[in-house]
Design a protein around this ligand. Structure first.
Ligand code: SF4
Length: 441
C-alpha cells in the first residue's frame, strides 16, 4: 500500500505514462487491440483475467500480454503482443477474440466497456447480443440506412477483425541503404510502421504536435499522413515509384522537424528523423537544389568568416548584415528559394562559443583570486554538470539564445560545458537532405 504523497504521485505518473511506454515498444510484436475493452462485473474480474491470461499464454504461447487500466470499473485492458505480419499470430488474434467474447457472455459482461465496437469487435456482436436482438439491430439499420452507406461493417454485418489488415503475412517493404542508424527500431520501415493510426497528431490546442496540421487543419499535413504515405509506398500498396515523387515530397515538406511527435505521439514516431533519412534518398533520385547546397556550406563559410582577424571579420559581418537587408540581395535570394519577405538572421558581433570561453576565463580568474584552492575543489565536485550542444544558428546568429541558456543553467546550479572538439551540429546538412555528409562534422 502506498501512502507517501511522493510515491503516490509516482504511481499516478506511471499510470499516465503506461500506455505511451507500451505503444512505443519497438519491434514487430505490438500490443494489439480487439479484446482490450471487455468489461465484466467487478467481482468476476479476477477470474476473467486469469482465464484470459491462461488462454493467451498457456494455450496459445503468446509470449507477452499487457494489462492496464480500470480495474475498479471491471475493465482491464488486456493486449496480447502479436506480430501482424505473421499468419500464425493472426490466427491467434482470431482465437483470442472468440474466447474473450465467450467469456464476456459467460460473465454477463460486454466487449466494449469504454470504447466503440468498430472493426475490432463488431464481428463478435452476434455472439454478444444473441440472434433475436442482433437481427433487430440489422433491421433497424436497414430501415434508416437502406443502402448501407453509414459506417458499413460496424455493429452489424462486420468483417472479421483479421480481414483488411494493414500488414498481413505477405507484407514486405523495399529496403533502402540508410544513412541513419535504425537499429533500435529494427530498420527504417519498422520506424515508420510505429504509427498505429490513432491520429493523436490531429489534436488541437494542447502540446506542440503537429504544428503543420495545426496550421493547415488538413490530414495531408499530419504525422499520420506522412507515415501512411511512406509505409504504403515502401510496401508497394501504391507504386514504389511514388516514394520519390513530387506528391510524396509534398506530404513530407511541411514537417518542420520539430520532434514534437517523438515525445507527444503515444507510439513515439520520430518523423523528424524519418524525414531527414527520406530527404537524402529523395534528392539522390531527383538532384539536390542549389538552395540546399548553399545551406550545407553555410557552417563552413561561417567558420571561415569568424576565423579572420577581428579587424577584417567585424566590418565584414556588418557589411553582410547590411547587404542581406537590401532589395537587390533579396531579389537574388528569391531566385534560390528564399522569400523576399523573409528576414534572415543577422550575424552576431562574436560567436557564442567565443563569448562562452571568454566568460569562463573571466569567471575562472575571479574565482582563483577570491577562493582558496581547497574550497574550489570541494565546490566543483558537488556541482551538477551539463554539456550544452549549441547549433550553427546559436553559434553565429542567435547567440543571445545560447547566452540565456548558459545563464539559466548556471543560476540553476549547473556547471555548463560545451562539447569539446565539436565543429558543427550538422543541422543545415541534416534538414537539407544531406545527412550523409553530416557525419564527418
Ligand atoms: S516533427 Fe514533423 S511530423 Fe513530427 S510533430 Fe513536428 S512537424 Fe509534425
Amino acid at each position: 500500500r502506498v501512502l507517501d504523497p511522493v510515491k503516490v504521485a509516482q504511481v499516478w505518473t506511471v499510470r499516465k505514462a503506461g500506455l505511451n511506454i507500451l505503444m512505443s515498444r519497438r519491434g514487430d510484436h505490438k500490443p494489439i487491440t480487439g479484446i482490450e475493452d471487455v468489461s465484466v462485473p467487478q467481482e468476476q474480474l479476477a477470474d476473467y483475467l486469469q482465464r484470459m491470461l491462461d488462454f493467451c499464454q498457456k494455450e496459445n504461447q503468446i509470449g507477452e500480454v499487457a494489462v492496464y487500466a480500470h480495474a475498479s470499473a471491471g475493465c482491464l485492458h488486456v493486449r496480447p503482443l502479436l506480430n501482424m505480419k505473421d499468419g500464425a499470430d493472426i490466427a491467434k488474434l482470431r482465437a483470442v477474440g472468440e474466447y474473450a467474447a465467450d467469456l464476456a457472455v459467460q460473465y454477463s459482461g460486454v466487449m466494449s466497456g469504454e470504447h466503440g465496437d468498430g472493426f475490432a469487435r463488431s464481428a463478435y456482436n452476434p455472439k454478444l447480443f444473441g440472434e433475436t436482438l442482433y437481427n433487430a439491430l440489422r433491421e433497424t439499420k436497414a430501415i434508416f440506412d437502406p443502402h448501407n452507406l453509414m459506417n458499413p461493417g460496424k455493429i452489424v454485418d462486420a468483417p472479421l477483425p483479421t480481414e483488411n489488415l494493414r500488414m498481413g503475412p505477405t507484407y514486405q517493404t523495399i529496403k533502402l541503404q540508410t544513412v541513419f542508424d535504425w537499429g533500435a527500431d529494427g530498420g527504417y520501415a519498422p520506424a515508420i510502421e510505429m504509427c498505429n493510426g490513432a491520429g493523436v497528431c490531429r489534436k488541437l490546442g494542447a502540446g506542440t504536435m503537429c504544428p503543420s496540421y495545426m496550421a493547415t487543419r488538413d490530414e495531408h499535413d499530419t504525422t499520420r499522413a506522412r507515415a501512411n504515405a511512406l509505409r504504403n509506398a515502401m510496401a508497394g500498396r501504391i507504386s514504389p515509384n511514388e516514394l520519390f515523387s513530387t506528391e510524396m515530397y509534398g506530404v513530407m515538406d511541411l514537417c518542420l522537424g520539430c520532434k514534437a511527435c517523438k515525445s507527444e505521439c503515444p507510439s513515439a514516431v520520430d518523423m523528424a528523423k524519418i524525414k531527414a533519412e527520406y530527404l537524402v534518398h529523395y534528392y539522390q533520385h531527383n538532384g539536390l537544389p542549389l538552395f540546399n547546397r548553399l545551406m550545407g556550406w553555410l557552417p563552413t563559410l561561417n567558420a571561415l568568416l569568424y576565423r579572420l582577424p577581428e579587424p577584417v571579420s567585424a566590418p565584414l559581418v556588418s557589411l553582410i548584415n547590411w547587404g542581406m537587408k537590401q532589395d537587390s540581395t533579396k531579389g537574388l535570394l528569391e531566385k534560390i528559394g528564399i522569400h523576399p519577405e523573409r528576414t534572415l538572421p543577422a550575424y552576431a558581433p562574436q560567436t557564442f562559443a567565443r563569448w562562452f570561453y571568454t566568460q569562463q576565463a573571466t569567471e575562472g580568474t575571479a574565482q582563483r583570486t577570491s577562493q582558496p584552492a581547497t574550497e574550489k575543489s570541494t565546490e566543483k565536485s558537488t556541482e551538477k554538470s551539463v554539456i550544452l550542444f549549441h547549433d550553427t544558428w546559436t553559434n553565429y546568429n542567435e547567440t543571445h539564445l545560447g547566452e540565456a541558456a548558459v545563464r539559466l543553467l548556471s543560476a540553476a546550479g549547473y556547471h555548463v560545458q560545451l562539447a569539446a572538439g565539436r565543429q558543427c551540429c550538422g543541422r543545415p546538412l541534416i534538414t537539407g537532405g544531406q545527412a550523409d555528409k553530416a557525419k564527418p562534422w
